[in-house]
Design a protein around this ligand. Structure first.
Ligand SMILES: Cc1cc2nc3c(=O)[nH]c(=O)nc-3n(C[C@H](O)[C@H](O)[C@H](O)COP(=O)(O)OP(=O)(O)OC[C@H]3O[C@@H](n4cnc5c(N)ncnc54)[C@H](O)[C@@H]3O)c2cc1C
Length: 613
């Protein structure tokens, strides 16, 4: 493994190959299944306790729920309404830690305007709740960067958010929270974990367990890029597969200790100029809340909350979902948004805990750790903001199953790759702009995405100045970012770069179609693509975009799902006869015809209890 400045390892193709061969030839203390924020957090927690760790992810890192969230690092104002002060306090402690120490380069403050519809009681009621929220935040060390909330008159609120219809509010308050690039955060977590010795491999799917009697002694997996099967031996396996938890659990014989059900949340992306506001907005809805979140030159608006029992691999947004979000936001806008204003759409699945048996030890209302058989630890539920606590609790459970004493979690002391040096570089951004020849706005863009590792990209540009040019069709990004995504950040396919290392697929009107060719060409060298691979990548990406667009015209979840699954995956996952992409059984590469794990429901489904975001 090659370590680079500040403990950030590279996750390029050579490092992946080396990690897979090392995992196959040794017994690990811990193997993590799932490369979302929770699995990545577990890998870092275990590696920094001095354990030998491997992590396998069936698709791209963060391609499950962890790139499809509202991207907020927050306490969850509405838990206060349920008197869940403990949960809010816990999440606000994490917010402070992540902002100030662990990832200041990726997490930044965001303000939300909360419009009132009534006179009198609402101001007092919401004001009291937000005062408690602020007080809990301050008590947990959250002082720097986040101002306390302020009450606003209607006039003042309209000055901050002229887009609001005058009659839609009687007054408002403004409060502060934090936001994150969720997909990038996972990559930085993994680079940090790899810097501490963790072996990580994407597109490596677990298909079964190795057993000695009842005890789990490792996993059977397939390197989906080559089709090669491998056995990875580990003293403890951690299942961190989010909405796929039950499928992995089924591989050990279905002795269910955790049941996770999926609830779909859909977000829309619209250009910043469609909503005149200098602040984010939060609105109450009948079932939950709706956020209008500033996102660079865009707004992210969401979310929905409906049960989802179809394919977990590509949850599809239907026409009904999009109309719901537009209807909700249009309640308060002077100039309503239409479908023509929507640049991008994404859907994710919340992993909600559905029920627990006696064997489950409930560590908090938010997440659960279970030990269904010796050698296997399950971690599920929770939310992005509290991933570090979930990881700590999972590794504590792992430690019980290992011989000898294991150190306590120290991830509260571990800045992620890119955190070190960020502030000093930010303060020097004018100087860096002058010496690199890039505009200061470009340096700010790079610093906000790569933090203290920005120098690595600037070195690549110095060696090849053409990499310092913007991508045609996605001018917010530089060409170097497509190359760096492959060499350092584990991207292996066009869609990994378009969707998760960058967000071109939801931030451009054509969903990245005009930028795709250039990105694929830039990836060709570092990926050593030959023959028809570039056209395969492009065909696959175009088919996916077309299927997504068509599914968003469908009236029901069932139709939207069927249309979306019509686009084949660039690297098909293994689907069992039961149709679950993670289940045991005789595997067959039939992802394109996967039908999902359960019967479909029409009309967007019934509301699920909002728990995940
Ligand atoms: C719409 C929405 C909005 C949200 N907003 C917020 C928010 O603003 N703030 C917040 O704190 N939380 C939010 N959340 C919750 C948060 O996003 C999730 O709790 C979190 O991302 C879950 O992470 P995870 O690692 O458990 O799951 P995932 O990210 O889904 O990771 C599980 C991984 O396991 C992999 N996997 C599955 N099977 C296998 C196998 N057989 N072999 C190998 N790998 C496998 C999958 O490919 C996947 O990548 C939101 C959730 C949703 C859906």
């Amino acid at each position: 493994m090659t370590t680079h400045a500040l403990g950030a390892a590279k996750l390029g193709p050579a490092e992946r190959a080396a990690a897979i061969s090392a995992m196959a030839s040794t017994e690990l203390q811990v193997l993590v299944v799932g490369g979302g924020v929770v699995g990545a957090g577990v890998a870092l927690d275990a590696a920094t306790r001095g354990l030998s760790v491997g992590l396998v992810e069936a698709r791209d890192f963060a391609s499950g729920t962890s790139s499809r969230s509202s991207k907020l690092i927050h306490g969850g104002l509405r838990y206060l309404e349920q008197f869940n002060f403990g949960l809010v306090r816990e999440a606000l402690t994490e917010r402070a830690l992540l902002m100030q120490r662990i990832a200041p380069h990726l997490i930044r403050p965001v303000s939300f305007l909360f419009p009132f519809n009534h006179y009198g009681w609402e101001r007092a009621y919401i004001g009291a709740g937000v005062s408690i929220y602020d007080a809990l935040g301050v008590a947990r060390g959250q002082v720097r960067g986040l101002p306390l909330h302020r009450q606003l008159t209607r006039r003042h609120a309209l000055r901050l958010a002229p887009a609001l219809r005058k009659s839609a509010l009687t007054g408002a308050l403004i409060y502060w929270d934090a936001q994150v690039d969720d997909a990038r955060y996972v990559v930085d977590l993994l680079r940090t974990a790899a810097g501490y010795g963790a072996l990580v491999a994407s597109r490596t799917q677990v298909t079964g367990f190795l057993r000695e009697g009842e005890r789990v002694t490792g996993v059977r997996a397939v390197d989906l890029e080559t089709g090669a099967g491998l056995e990875i031996r580990a003293q403890q396996v951690v299942n961190a597969t989010g909405v796929w938890t039950d499928a992995i659990q089924a591989m050990v014989g279905g002795r269910g200790s955790i049941n996770v059900r999926a609830s779909k949340g859909v977000h829309l992306v619209v250009p910043r100029d469609r909503i005149q506001s200098s602040t984010g907005i939060i609105l109450r809805t009948a079932v939950s809340v709706l956020f209008v979140i500033p996102w660079g030159r865009h707004w992210i608006i969401g979310t929905t909350d409906t049960d989802w029992t179809l394919s977990k691999d590509h949850p599809a947004a239907s026409r009904a979902d999009i109309d719901y979000v537009l209807d909700q936001v249009n309640r308060v806008l002077a100039v309503p948004l239409t479908r023509d204003d929507v640049e991008g759409v994404y859907a994710g699945l919340r992993p909600l805990l559905a029920g627990e048996s006696d064997t489950t030890s409930k560590l908090s209302r938010e997440h659960t750790v279970a030990h269904p058989v010796p050698g296997l630890v399950m971690i599920a539920g929770g939310k992005y903001t509290t991933y570090r606590l979930m990881a700590r609790d999972a590794v504590d459970a792992v430690a019980h199953g290992l011989d000898g004493k294991v150190a306590s979690s120290c991830t509260d002391q571990i800045p992620l790759a890119g955190a070190d040096g960020f502030q000093a570089l930010w303060n020097s951004r004018q100087t860096i702009a002058r010496s690199s020849g890039l505009h200061v706005a470009r340096i700010e863009h790079l610093l906000r995405r790569y933090g203290g590792l920005t120098g690595e990209l600037l070195e690549m540009i110095a060696a090849d100045p053409s990499l310092g040019k913007p991508l045609a069709g996605a001018e917010d990004y530089l060409r170097v970012e497509a190359v760096y995504a492959v060499t350092h950040e584990g991207a292996r396919h066009l869609e990994d770069v378009m969707t998760r290392r960058t967000h071109i697929s939801i931030e451009t009107w054509d969903r990245g179609l005009s930028a795709a060719q250039e990105v694929a060409t830039l990836m060709t060298g570092p990926m050593k693509w030959r023959g028809r691979q570039v056209s395969k990548e492009l065909d696959s990406y175009r088919a996916r975009i077309e299927a997504e667009r068509k599914s968003q015209e469908a009236d029901t979840d069932t139709d939207a799902d069927a249309i979306r699954l019509g686009a084949p995956e660039i690297v098909p996952v293994i689907v069992s006869e039961q149709g679950s992409s993670a289940a045991n059984g005789s595997p067959a590469r039939t992802a394109a015809t996967a039908t999902g794990a359960g019967a479909g429901i029409g009309g967007g489904g019934r509301p699920a209890s909002a728990q995940g975001d």
